[in-house]
Design a protein around this ligand. Sequence first.
Ligand SMILES: Nc1ncnc2c1ncn2[C@@H]1O[C@H](COP(=O)(O)OP(=O)(O)O)[C@@H](O)[C@H]1O
Ligand SMILES: [Mg+2]
Length: 252
Amino acid sequence: MIRVENVHKTLADAPVLRGVDLAIETGTMICLLGLSGAGKTVFLKNVTGLMTPDHGRVLIDGLDIHRTRGREHTRVLDSLGVLFQGGALFDSMTVYDNLAFPLREKTRMAESEIRERVLDHLGMVDMIGAERRYPAELSGGMKKRAALARALILDPGNVFFDEPTTGLDPLTANSILRLIHTLHGRLKFSGVVVTHDAEKVFQIVQKVAMLHKGKIIAYDTPETFMKSEHVRVREYIRGASSGPLEDLTDGA
Ligand SMILES: Nc1ncnc2c1ncn2[C@@H]1O[C@H](COP(=O)(O)OP(=O)(O)O)[C@@H](O)[C@H]1O
Ligand SMILES: [Mg+2]
């Protein structure tokens, strides 16, 4: 369970988060929408401990990420998987070493166990055969899939995806969302997907939240969200629905 309570954050004298409340039930995946610059990335940073809120608190499975220390703090951080915009693979390492890195750093697994885990995760993202390649030798979609596998390599219970489809062509974007859906079904993490592909992502999440002027102005199932009468939600839906709806869950 992820519980965000009254989180405020001001950056460069501008209030970005102005009292954000959000509860994400264990094992559910939600989507966070909001206009560009609304504060979605700042929100994710405050939830994952990369930024400290000015007020409020963030409880991850009951532990306050900003106030726990020592072993408890490590436990919270280890329960998080984050896929930031840009993917951020290490350019100087092969795909294999990119995935093995967190295991070598954070666990006492033997190389044989590491190999098994890395190959298992590469299989999940359909990347078997690419383990010796460097990030520069991968397509945009493959980079995303490798970054996805690395974000999940320590089997985190809570996973955050910041615009996982931005910069990808529509077909590749669909395949990444479908993959996130499949991985969620298999690994059962609690997830937050930040995206602009609103209607596509609605098929793979249980709830939709919208951030506007520093607050969550709607938090509902996709069906209810689509019917919302909130003027900002309506505007967003109208602006986002410029293309036909494709069925993502088919054949996943
Ligand atoms: N480190 C920072 N210092 C100052 N301002 C920042 C910083 N990070 C983000 N901002 C500002 O906070 C606002 C929200 O940014 P961001 O969370 O990146 O928006 P988005 O919803 O597009 O992810 C923007 O106005 C941005 O310029
Ligand atoms: Mg962002």
